[in-house]
Ligand binder design. Sequence first.
Ligand SMILES: Cc1cc2nc3c(=O)[nH]c(=O)nc-3n(C[C@H](O)[C@H](O)[C@H](O)COP(=O)(O)OP(=O)(O)OC[C@H]3O[C@@H](n4cnc5c(N)ncnc54)[C@H](O)[C@@H]3O)c2cc1C
Length: 422
Amino acid sequence: MFQSCSVPPPFRNGRGQSKQERETCSCVCERVVRVSSYRKTKMSTTAEYDCIVIGAGVQGSFTAYQLAQHNQRTLLLEQFVLPHTRGSSHGQTRIIRKAYDQDFYTHMMEECYELWAQLEREAGVKLYRQTGLLVMGPENSVSYQQYKSTLQKNKVPMVTLTPDNFSQHIPQIHLNEGDGAVVDVTAGVLFADRALKTVQGQFQKLGGIIRDKEKVTDIEPGPIVTVSTTAGVYRAKSVVITAGPWANRLLAHTGLQLPLEVVKINVCYWKEKVPGSHGVEQRFPCFLVTECEEARAHIYGLPSNEYPGLLKICYHIGGRTDPDQTNKQRDRSDIDILQRYIARCLPGLDPEPAVVESCMYTMTPDSDFVLDCHPTYSNIVIGAGFSGHGFKFGPIIGKLLCELSMGKEMGLSADMSSETKK
Ligand SMILES: Cc1cc2nc3c(=O)[nH]c(=O)nc-3n(C[C@H](O)[C@H](O)[C@H](O)COP(=O)(O)OP(=O)(O)OC[C@H]3O[C@@H](n4cnc5c(N)ncnc54)[C@H](O)[C@@H]3O)c2cc1C
């Protein structure tokens, strides 16, 4: 007969108990725990990888693909069944642009456009549609002027619209008095879900291995890093952590915490009063408002695409959230701001969101990315804090993280790397 035990029966396999409960419980559980640790040892693969990438969002997927291109034996681990909608990389579209308020992002995008085009050619799929990006903001504001001068300095093809000719080109938007307007002609829409599927597919074609529904539960640093998941134990010469909103949870295993804040973004879709009036066929561009009377941060939008008759327009600020419990974050102040802006400046849209989905940003204090080796363990590489603007950079981030994990210098010019290596 087994000794009686306070642990409820369904949990007597050791899985539902705390470590302390397992250690103090002297009944059958003890034996079960020993059996399960034996099983765990048995599950360990003997296979050793050159690199394990943790997190199959856009950054992890491009990093894994780059590693495979460099003949590195690579394992890409993902906690959820792919594809999923619980991180930051899901959804059908993202804006791609060279318009930025800092030069080094525009420089990074020069190479990045090339890398996107290479992937399109290699896989034979279309991932990008040019629409242009209209940037609007108070003519005399610092932020608007930075965008404009970055485009000019870097000779990005652009068009300046004046209050007189604005409505001939973009009759759907009401330009605020005193606002300037420039169009980054190179900008457009990336087909995000398709891009993710494509890069993961190319990685697998190169011999890379993806294991989804395998949450990483531990990382043991060392010359060979040991990574434990809910299903096994793997070893590799280097590890890249690209876990998006969960980055700090994984870094905790390595004794490091970064100043990251995870926020929930309400992804709002707004109905056209006349279907098709704000579509790509009507030459309606992506747009970005640097600031306006309703908002202190960016408002951005894309032509109708995902859902017929609906435009995605979002506010670039959200409420702090736990990535595993996003439903608890119910702040809708961003939606109020959008409603007021849309009622005033986009009269062809119903100022009530038709659909609201959710997505997360992982913010750094200055909105720049963290791309670096772990300060103590140089074979653990970190790509984090993409601050709500990282998708378009996926191919180049993948390249840089691959270089770091192979012990190379990042292939960026000195001024860019000092900016990105925070
Ligand atoms: C609404 C919205 C609009 C945006 N618009 C744009 C835009 O127009 N242009 C642009 O360039 N960018 C945009 N972005 C930003 C861009 O989408 C993100 O910067 C980018 O997707 C971040 O990717 P990531 O790989 O870092 O994170 P994620 O996509 O979140 O990937 C991290 C992955 O790690 C996995 N993971 C975490 N922990 C573990 C674990 N323990 N074990 C295994 N796997 C784990 C997660 O499940 C997840 O799949 C937008 C973001 C949002 C939310």
